[in-house]
Design a protein around this ligand. Structure first.
Ligand SMILES: Cc1ncc(COP(=O)(O)O)c(C=O)c1O
Length: 347
């Protein structure tokens, strides 16, 4: 008999974006930030007392939680800090979905959700997006928990925060609004999470994208204290290491740096979208740090050709997404290189 749990044996794990094998690749496949983190991060690293590594870190991240609370207009006990938002998503499935319960999310969306649901041995309930990748509101009793990604990945589209706020009010389960890309969007749902009457909604952010800290692993979510308490109850004792707490604090404290980089990325996004449109691509109106776009030639072939030329973008072969490529916004120089190579393939 297999020593592996049946549901683990049956599931297919998450496939992360490909890592470059050597320097000089143009990596536009995992929505990382092309610019370095705040200089405050470098200062914090230099000032970090390595001898302190012999001590356990603060198990509940008090200092950085206080900063996040201040920045978002809530109290520190409404903030949970996690080892990347991926950890928070895993904890969410464990805290708010019974074994055999159900988890809803849009289809297509971030492909980790279905894997986490399978790990939880929960029923997955993908709610189809419309043909143009916009979304409709799911029914109030759709699932025990729902993850609403806004802006959505890989589609790059943003739903009106009012629409999500209305859903939050009617939804019978626990709602997590995954705002990994909110700093590149014109609006967000943080006010839903911090509203006094809210009892069922969490808003989650990551430092991986707009704060250029994908290598650090730092995410957080904000919401009603009872839900936050439940996450703290089940997390690993020391889920955030000492360095992550110090560096996360430094990055969050430098809002000006983050906003400058986000603005630069948005400007490059606008330019790339215009250039691709002029070449016959269908580009969805992005509110994130990537484009989701249909090339004038076969997407799968173009993806492979770009890879051969050392440009990584992301391709999702599922029926709804197979005609599109997801392209992370890089520096203007990276985008120029991409456009030059695309021209060789009539794209
Ligand atoms: C929608 C969405 N949520 C969460 C994450 C994961 O973020 P983190 O790096 O904080 O684990 C990603 C990463 O690509 C994402 O696209």
């Amino acid at each position: 008999m297999s020593p592996i749990c049946k549901h683990v044996d049956a599931l297919t794990g998450y496939t992360p974006g490909e890592q470059p094998r050597f320097d000089g690749m143009v990596k536009l496949n995992t929505n990382e930030n092309p610019y370095p983190p705040s200089p405050g991060v470098q200062d914090a690293l230099k000032a970090f007392d390595w001898e302190k590594l012999r001590l356990y870190p603060d198990p509940v991240c008090n200092k950085v939680r206080a900063l996040i609370a201040e920045q978002n207009g809530c109290t520190a006990d409404q903030v949970f800090v996690g080892n990347g938002s991926d950890e928070i998503l895993a904890l969410f499935t464990r805290a708010f979905v019974e074994v055999g319960g159900s988890i809803g999310y849009f289809d297509p969306t971030y492909s980790l959700y279905s894997v986490l649901a399978a790990i939880r041995d929960a029923t997955v309930k993908p709610f189809p997006l419309n043909d143009d990748f916009t979304c409709s509101t799911p029914p109030a009793d759709y699932a025990d928990a729902f993850i609403w990604t806004n802006p959505n990945a890989p589609t790059s589209l943003m739903a009106d925060p009012e629409m999500i706020a209305e859903f939050a009010k009617s939804f019978k389960g626990v709602l997590l609004i995954d705002e990994a890309y909110a700093d590149f969007a014109p609006a967000n749902c943080m006010a839903v999470a911090t509203a006094a009457e809210n009892t069922n909604t969490l808003v989650m952010r990551t430092l991986s994208k707009s704060y250029s800290l994908a290598g650090m692993r730092f995410g957080y979510c904000v919401g009603p204290k009872p839900l936050i308490d439940a996450l703290y109850k089940i997390k690993d004792s020391y889920n955030m290491d000492a360095l992550a707490q110090v560096i996360g604090y430094a990055a969050l404290a430098d809002q000006a740096h983050m906003k400058r980089n986000a603005e630069a990325i948005i400007a490059t996004r606008v330019n790339l979208a215009a250039a691709l449109t002029a070449r016959g691509w269908q580009v969805l109106p992005s509110a994130s740090n990537f484009l989701f776009a249909k090339p004038p030639v076969e997407a799968a072939t173009l993806f492979a050709a770009l890879r051969e030329r050392h440009i990584f973008v992301r391709y999702f072969p599922a029926p709804k997404t197979k005609d599109y490529l997801r392209i992370t916004i890089g520096t203007p120089a990276e985008v120029e290189k991409l456009l030059a190579v695309l021209a060789d393939y009539n794209a």
